[in-house]
Design a protein around this ligand. Structure first.
Ligand code: KG4
Ligand code: ZN
Length: 337
């Protein structure tokens, strides 16, 4: 079965083809970052227009890269939420229209399930059950994943998402959009001993997060020092986020008794966070799985893969084009019985 996957929830246009026997056949990505960079964040209307411009050529390219003809496609998966309503509508409308024209089923995928399943695209994938730490620009979730399609949220952020905290702090430090990768680069030059930020909510029980205070902390610190301290502040911020994840993940692993931890979403590309999680995992005797680097941030491959799991089970949408800009992960349809 060949599944065409389409991701348009935010500022990346992602397209991929996943085949039941061969795995990932082809994938293409177009990033809108230069479009939004001058505004310091994603402009939803510009994002929608750019998805309209780029999606069809990208689908053509993906088909030709994979040597797949339109009539070889057996189903289409698209991100139905959560995300920006305009961009979601573009993906859903094109996906649904192609499905109707090609007379194949279409299925709406939850973006965060895409992130959660992304490590399963790898050669040595994690088996269920596992705990997933999903850290992206819009979400920060700790998920108890019993099996594919069955997810219990055991922790989440009470305010900013991790990626959002990175982006806002990066902006305070005068770094461009999106700030996560730039902040991480600056942090490499920082002295870890110079400043110490708090590890929010680690002094009380539970698995929830709060990141908005860290950005305020960075702002106050920046006001009381000069620009030369930027790298040290970046380092202290990143270490605080990394330690917080490490402490909460250790708690989640002990609470569930699971031995596998999946870390996915854009922020999981961060090497500082990865190394702290690795230290914790070694001590706890657990194993951490990541998507390959290019599938940490938004992409079509994870949507093709997640949609494939559902289409294979016969799931499909009706003809109506529905998207859900807000869509709790634990409200999705289960896969299988
Ligand atoms: O998963 P993603 O591509 O999009 C959403 O679903 O939101 O995540 C994007 C987020 C942005 O906030 C970006 O700054 C952050 O991931 N990010 C990083 C790194 N790479 C991307 N944050 C920290 N370190 C990185 N290396
Ligand atoms: Zn994402």
């Amino acid at each position: 079965m060949n599944v065409l996957g389409i991701e348009t929830s935010c500022d990346e246009t992602g397209v991929a083809i996943y085949n039941t026997e061969k795995g990932l056949v082809s994938h293409c990505l177009y990033s809108q970052v230069p479009v939004h960079a001058e505004y310091g964040g994603v402009v939803p209307e510009l994002a929608s227009r750019d998805h309209i411009r780029k999606l069809t050529p990208l689908i053509r390219q993906c088909l030709s890269d994979g040597g797949v003809r339109p009539f070889d496609i057996d189903g289409i998966a698209y991100t139905a939420g959560p995300g920006l309503i305009g961009p979601l509508m573009v993906g859903a409308t094109i996906a649904r229209s192609l499905a109707m024209a090609w007379k194949v089923p279409a299925v709406g995928v939850h973006h965060m399930e895409g992130h959660l399943l992304a490590p399963l695209l790898d050669k040595d994938p994690p088996e269920f059950p596992f705990v997933a730490l999903l850290i992206s620009g819009g979400h920060t979730l700790l998920v108890q994943a019993e099996r594919a399609g069955q997810y219990r949220i055991i922790g989440e952020t009470l305010d900013d998402a991790a990626g959002e905290a990175f982006d806002k702090t990066a902006s305070l430090l005068g770094l461009g959009y999106p700030g996560g990768p730039a902040l991480s680069k600056l942090a490499e030059r920082g002295n870890p001993e110079h400043y110490r930020f708090p590890r929010p909510m680690t002094d009380r029980p539970g698995l929830d997060f709060s990141f908005s205070g860290l950005k305020t902390y960075a702002r106050n610190m920046l006001a009381s020092t000069d620009q030369s301290a930027r790298a040290n502040i970046a380092r202290a911020f990143q270490d605080a986020v990394a330690d917080t994840f490490s402490i909460k993940c250790r708690r989640a692993m002990r609470q569930t008794g699971y031995k596998r931890l999946v870390v996915a979403g854009g922020v999981s590309a961060n090497t500082g966070i990865r190394s702290k999680l690795q230290n914790m995992a070694q001590k706890e005797g657990i194993r951490v799985y990541y998507p390959r680097l290019e599938f940490c941030t938004d992409n079509g491959a994870m949507i093709a893969f997640a949609g494939h799991q559902r289409l294979r089970e016969g799931q499909q949408e009706g003809l109506a084009i529905n998207v859900r800009p807000r869509w709790p992960l634990d409200e999705i349809r289960p896969i299988g019985d």
